[in-house]
Write a protein that binds this ligand. Structure first.
Ligand code: GA4
Length: 328
């Protein structure tokens, strides 16, 4: 008899956040106000995480893509599976990454190396009927890439790094290694009426430079504070949540923190999120910027290329401290 491991057996239950007990300390950056650069740098140092408002991206772009995602996730399971498994890109269900991580989530992972990107790995996206999905994806990704680049320029400006595009050029380069993911956390029927949450996406840091997240109006995202405690981020479907990735932590020699985060699923409401991960070209050397190093300051990390880091990341488990092996 062949026994197939059921991912549900391995998904951990978590004590749910108290209803409405949201963290009120998430830094909110108004991109239309002077002083936003300083506020971004402070948020990256204190939390590695912040929310941006007044970002100039029309809500329609987000809603259009959300609708396409919901349409896809509502398809019969066999049809969705035709676009999987996600190794490394495609449709995935409960299994995350190649090393046994699981969560109460289904998702679509896109590699965005060519611009506009090609969808060859996903059957459904090649269909003529998917043209609205394709254009919603392209428009959304172009808009958030531009936002990522603006935010990275504000960081460089405030840190007095020359040229001003020292960070941003890495995500807008023709060869930059960007990933995009659409996540769906369905309500878990087993949890209905129970005061219990389920791990939707387990704790981890993002390996790239910067991540930009937008979700519907459903709770679930938590970040870890410096003391290790978990706090719930209040959802806001019109804003973007931005986090520092491991590579930016290295480039700032640890001044900016790559924030540990996770998503909890519940028995009540579907959560749909879309995340852009801005990574550099594979051959790019990642090391602390000399301009940022104070006198006598030692680099905390040995130099590596993004390609090397990525390879190591895909050998790790989600919750691993991936930067550990690159520390001096
Ligand atoms: C975490 C950030 C992004 O979602 C991601 C994830 C990737 C995957 O889902 O395939 C990884 C994870 C993420 C880091 C370690 C490896 C790779 C799953 C996993 C266990 C797309 C990414 O770039 O790294």
């Amino acid at each position: 008899m062949v026994v197939v491991a059921n991912p549900l057996d391995q998904i951990s239950l978590v004590r749910p956040p108290k209803p409405g007990a949201y963290f009120s300390g998430v830094p909110v950056i108004n991109l239309g106000e002077p002083g936003s650069a300083a506020a971004i740098v402070k948020a990256c140092q204190d939390f590695g995480f912040f929310k941006v408002i007044n970002h100039g991206i029309p809500i329609d772009l987000m809603v259009d893509l959300e609708k396409e995602a919901v349409k896809f996730f509502s398809l019969p399971q066999v049809e969705k599976e035709r676009s999987g498994p996600p190794n490394p890109f495609g449709y995935g269900n409960k299994r995350i990454g190649p090393n046994g991580d699981v969560g109460w989530v289904e998702y679509l992972l896109f590699g965005v190396t060519s611009k506009p990107f090609s969808y060859t790995s996903m059957a459904f996206l090649r269909e003529p009927s998917a043209s609205s999905f394709r254009s919603a994806l392209n428009e959304y990704i172009s808009a958030v890439r531009k936002l990522a680049s603006e935010v990275l320029e504000l960081m460089a400006e405030e840190l007095k790094i020359e040229p001003r595009n020292a960070f941003s050029k890495l995500v807008i380069d023709e060869k930059s290694d960007e990933i995009f993911r659409l996540n769906h956390y369905p309500p878990c029927p087993l949890l209905q009426g129970l005061s219990c949450s389920l791990t939707g996406f387990g704790e981890h840091t993002d390996p790239q430079i910067i991540s930009i997240l937008r979700s519907n109006d459903t709770q679930g995202l938590q970040i870890a504070l410096r003391d290790g405690s978990w706090v719930s981020v209040p959802p806001d479907q019109e804003s973007f949540f931005i986090n520092v990735g491991d590579s930016l932590q290295v480039m700032t020699n640890g001044r900016f923190k790559s924030v540990k985060h996770r998503v909890l699923a519940n028995g009540m409401k579907s959560r749909v999120s879309m995340i852009y991960f801005g990574g550099p070209p594979q051959t790019e050397k990642i090391a602390p910027l000399t301009q940022l190093m104070g006198e006598g300051e030692q680099s905390l990390y040995r130099e590596f290329t993004w390609g090397e880091y990525k390879k190591a990341a895909y050998k790790s488990r989600l919750a691993d401290n991936r930067l550990g092996q690159f520390e001096k």
